[in-house]
Design a protein around this ligand. Structure first.
Ligand code: WQD
Length: 340
């Protein structure tokens, strides 16, 4: 399988790992990003890891003219649309910015694709579209609901693309619902580099371990879970990247059809289980306090990953120890992320 894949949000956490996986799978890649939530240094790291130049354009995906121009200058066979704001709490404070960027950007990219005749699209969705799960593990057929503007932009994006596929069946669209991406490329050269105070658990833990933060706040110790702390389906970002390659291979195959799939491991781990696994992997002691629940959090959320396994022949392979070891190697090598 070959071809040229456009990655939007290309210098972001998941996209940069997908970039490497696509190169390894024999694809060519064009990246586009506006660096609003990522660093140009990622390109240098990718070129070092891939031993090849990155084909990259700096642009805002909401800029329709820039997107149309990009498709006239590059022969794109498929697109993976990662570009979006992703902080749940921030989306509650800035809903208009989230709707404009996440929905407007998707429309702008899809319009430029349609105008150039490129109708193969992988959309970065999220388990957050399941809202408060009614059944565990969660199948793709589960009821959908959202609890934040961020989650609403993901669900609207899925519905928008589903309508597009109904209007024009020549589109081949994959809706990939990520659970909790963690970890880093095993080189330690690329990884998660959140700006400001990390919203997510793993980057907060690694910043405590490297001495940037004093203590972890565990949001809630009274959930209906084995140890009272929240349970999530953590998936290694390199496994997630492999899931995107498998999705593209499916869509680009002559018999490929549009689909929706969970990208998770099917296993849940609690906050305290992740803390303990990280301590074992890193040799660091993580100080923490159990405090009040975070508004909007659910007790447990983990995937039924069987559809991706059956349809794509893909499943996650890295365990929680590898996720912790790789996260630590990245943070230890880059205490200030890409700003070192
Ligand atoms: C995981 C667990 C927290 C931080 C969100 C989005 C999802 C995706 C991933 C974008 C929960 C607990 C966390 C901390 C804690 N984002 N926690 N202390 O909320 O499951 O998912 O991020 O694509 O769409 O919804 O991930 O890492 O924030 O939280 O105790 O400082 O860790 O309560 O149980 P979440 P998370």
């Amino acid at each position: 399988m070959s071809g040229t894949v456009l990655l939007t949000g290309a210098t972001g956490y998941i996209a940069s790992h997908t970039w490497l996986a696509l190169w390894a799978a024999g694809f060519d890649v064009v990246g586009v990003d506006d660096f609003s939530n990522s660093s140009p240094e990622v390109l240098h790291r990718l070129q070092r890891l891939g031993d090849r130049a990155c084909v990259f354009e700096r642009a805002d995906v909401c800029d329709g003219a820039a997107m149309r121009s990009l498709f006239t200058r590059h022969a794109i066979d498929a697109v993976v649309h990662f570009a979006a704001f992703k902080a749940v709490g921030e989306s509650c404070a800035k809903p208009l910015a989230y709707y404009r960027n996440n929905i407007g950007g998707l429309i702008s990219v899809a319009e430029a694709m349609g105008a150039s005749g490129c109708k193969t699209l992988v959309f970065s969705s999220s388990a957050t579209v399941y809202g408060v799960p009614e059944v565990l593990p969660i199948p793709e057929s589960a009821a959908l609901a959202t609890t934040s503007p961020y989650g609403a932009t993901k669900l609207i994006g899925e519905n928008l693309l589903t309508d597009l596929g109904h209007a024009d069946p020549s589109w081949r669209i994959a809706l990939l619902r990520y659970f909790n991406p963690v970890g880093a490329h095993d080189s330690g050269l690329i990884g998660e580099d959140p700006r400001g105070t990390p919203n997510n658990l793993m980057p907060y833990i690694t910043q405590v371990a490297v001495g940037k933060r004093e203590r972890l706040q565990v949001f809630g110790g009274d959930y209906d879970t084995p140890d009272g702390t929240g349970v999530r389906d953590y998936i290694h970002v390199s496994d997630l990247a492999g899931g995107h390659v498998a999705a593209l291979r499916h869509l680009m195959h002559p018999s490929g059809r549009s689909f929706t799939a969970n990208l998770g491991t099917g296993r849940g781990h609690s906050v305290l289980e992740l803390v303990r696994a990280f301590e074992q992997a890193s040799g660091c002691h993580i100080l923490y306090d159990i405090v009040a629940r975070r508004p909007g959090d659910v007790a447990s959320c983990y995937a039924d990953p069987s559809r991706a396994r059956q349809l794509l022949g893909w499943q996650a392979s890295r365990d929680i120890a590898a996720m912790c070891a790789d996260s630590w190697r990245w943070q230890q090598s880059n205490p200030n992320g890409y700003n070192d």
